[in-house]
Design a protein around this ligand. Structure first.
Ligand code: ZN
Length: 478
């Protein structure tokens, strides 16, 4: 039997050789990206099981494992509390192989601490693929078929390469939110995706020799959409393609009922329209699968609003995609009455008595309070009130109801705005949207990739299908 030591020592040597060689090769070929992981805090705690090294103006401080350091913002600089050292920048790395705990959350790579407008920001420096490790689980389920996960990894890596220095003005490449890609450090990693990232190391999508400007979404609903339709910019590899593999996706079929009232509120809040919606039409895209624009008539103006903007205003969960059929299903139709209305509409009683109806939140009530009353109005009003009281006293119970139902108030609004007595006005219409898919629909469909992988397609075939004309190659960095 061989001596155990005789095996272990060469093995350790081999491991160290492999580790240092692979790290050295890595350093040559793989870019280091910078991600802002903390923005705007007044204090941050750091530690590492490997021990930390704090670098200030080329001076190094070694910190033993388990020791916790606290940094704070001090006017326009950063202060290292334990040493009472102040500097505009602190660099922090580990002494050996290990993670840095930032407020107890582990991160790979190293850190820079800076003061920006009186608050701390912490920037994480790490290899591109280590960044992808900390983002990919937020984008795709690691337990999906491998080829689908690989297709997502290549897409996410390509997206990162293409968007490097997205936050150059702020001094880093990416933020850690969905604006770039949601990044959660080591805590967000998964052993399955970590392994798959290594098997397709450095591969990204190119178009005509340049990294492609790729994008992805959850479910296409059967057809992806083109960048031209959604963003008004033609991209040769972001065109509409079939995606018939999404039958079991969660939004394979969805239905939304929405009233013109809700649509009015949402689009007003987003600053897209003024006035109340009285008519809605939709304009299909060139392939006729998706809705490109909403044509909206309000009481004040006509608007053309891209369907993607309407999704944004309503909320992506409320309107899952722009792939839908659209029809009014119920509408309250109001027509001006043939007889002229009295100059003054009878008011609800509470204005002058302690009667039951009063709702300060009711827009109709507020409208009446705001009205300018002249003497004639008041006299007419009081005489109407007197007639009502006499009727009431003589035993009649059918008192005029206050205009407290929303329909009645709407009717009033519409009549006030439109003066043509022969026109029929629609208001409070309910629209039915029957749709498919979830997301903007451009580029890789994740559920489509899953379906393709289940049918036996490779990640390359998946990517070539959703990004026609692209190539998959190793990214080269200078
Ligand atoms: Zn960002």
């Amino acid at each position: 039997m061989m001596n155990k030591k005789k095996i272990i020592i060469p093995l350790m040597f081999l491991f160290l050789l492999f580790f240092f060689t692979s790290e050295a090769v890595r350093a040559q070929n793989e870019p280091v990206v910078t991600v802002c992981i903390i923005n705007g805090r007044s204090e941050v705690m750091l530690s590492s099981t490997a021990g930390l090294k704090v670098i200030i103006d080329k001076k190094n401080y070694s910190i033993s494992a388990q020791e916790q350091l606290s940094f704070g913002a001090s006017k326009n600089k950063v202060i290292w509390e334990e040493k009472q050292l102040v500097s505009s920048v602190f660099r922090v790395t580990t002494q050996g192989k290990g993670f840095i705990l930032v407020n107890s959350r582990p991160y790979r790579g190293s850190l820079t601490l800076k003061n920006v407008t009186g608050k701390l920001i912490v920037i994480n420096h790490l290899y591109l693929d280590d960044y992808i490790r900390g983002t990919i689980k937020m984008e795709i389920n690691p337990h999906w078929p491998e080829e689908a996960v690989k297709a997502q990894i290549v897409t996410a890596r390509t997206y990162a390469v293409k968007n490097l220095a997205r936050h150059r003005d702020q001094g880093y490449d990416f933020c850690a939110s969905s604006h770039c890609q949601v990044y959660g450090g080591v805590g967000a990693e998964d052993p399955i995706t970590n392994k798959l990232i290594d098997t397709i190391k450095g591969l990204i999508l190119f178009y005509q020799g340049q990294p492609a400007g790729v994008c992805f979404h959850s479910e296409s609903g059967g057809y992806t959409d083109s960048a031209l339709n959604v963003w008004g910019r033609s991209v040769p590899y972001l065109v509409s393609v079939e995606s018939p593999w999404e039958g079991d996706s969660p939004h394979a079929q969805w239905q939304l009922e929405i009233s013109s009232e809700e649509l009015t509120r949402s689009l007003q809040r987003a600053g897209f329209i003024q006035g109340s919606i009285i008519d809605v039409q939709v304009q299909p895209n060139s392939g006729k699968q998706r809705v490109n624009e909403f044509l909206i008539q309000t009481t004040l103006k006509k608007y053309r609003i891209p369907a993607s903007k309407v999704r944004e205003a309503l909320g992506y969960d409320r309107l899952p995609s722009t792939f839908f059929e659209f029809a009014p299903i119920a509408e309250t139709i109001f027509q001006p009455r043939p007889t002229p209305k009295p100059k003054v509409t009878p008011l609800p009683s509470p204005l002058i008595s302690d009667n039951s109806y009063r709702d300060d939140e009711d827009p109709g009530y507020r409208e009446m309070l705001d009205k300018d009353w002249n003497l004639d109005d008041i006299l007419t009003f009081l005489s109407l009130r007197e007639q009502e009281r006499q009727k009431s006293n003589s035993g009649q119970t059918n008192q005029p109801s206050p205009p407290n139902s929303k329909e009645e108030l709407k009717e009033k609004e519409v009549h006030e705005i439109h003066t043509n007595p022969n026109t029929t006005y629609r208001t409070n219409t309910v629209y039915l949207l029957r749709g498919k898919g979830y997301g903007h629909g451009v580029g890789l469909s994740q559920w489509g990739a899953r379906g393709m992988a289940m049918q036996g397609y490779s990640y390359q075939e998946i990517l070539f299908h959703y990004f026609p004309g692209c190539e998959i190659k190793k990214a080269r960095f200078k």
